[in-house]
Design a protein around this ligand. Structure first.
Ligand code: DQA
Length: 144
């Protein structure tokens, strides 16, 4: 089983950006924790990050027939990108949406999520742990 983990805009700035909200650990640590958990539960994982909407769309398109599941935190594109939603709908790969923070408890404009329309699960406000839970959920879903 192969899972693609996509982190979107500004998530490469983890550890530097608003640590009170997003924590002090950097993107490299996030990838290390995801990989360690994937190994533990016996799934293969690839982690990518991009600050470009079109590149995120391409990662999703290229996942077709290559990955069994997608974990995605589009960052701010969550609240704006119909293109990312359309790409997910096109490839029809089971997807979990993750946010480090509790987006529904923040500004009004963060309450809209286009990706939610497609994702079968949304994990918010759990920090790095959210990504690990997403892997568990995908493993369970795809194994069925
Ligand atoms: C985020 C929440 C978004 O609103 C924000 O723009 C991000 C990160 C999160 O992980 O909590 O960049 O997706």
């Amino acid at each position: 089983m192969k899972i693609l983990v996509i982190n979107g805009v500004n998530l490469n700035m983890l550890g530097i950006r608003e640590p009170a909200l997003y924590g002090k650990k950097d993107y490299k640590s996030l990838v290390a924790e995801i990989k360690a958990h994937a190994k533990e539960i016996g799934v293969k994982v690839t982690c990518v990050q991009s600050n470009y909407e079109g590149e995120i769309v391409e990662y999703i398109q290229r996942a077709l027939a290559r990955y069994d599941g997608i974990v995605i935190n589009p960052g701010a594109y969550t609240h704006t990108s119909v293109a990312i939603l359309d790409a997910l709908k096109a490839v029809q790969i089971p997807t979990v949406e993750v946010h480090l923070t509790d987006v529904d408890a923040r500004e009004e404009y963060r309450k809209v999520s286009y990706v939610s329309e497609y994702a079968f699960l949304r994990v918010t406000g759990k920090g790095f742990l959210g990504y690990l839970e997403a892997l568990d959920a995908l493993k369970e879903k795809v194994a069925k």
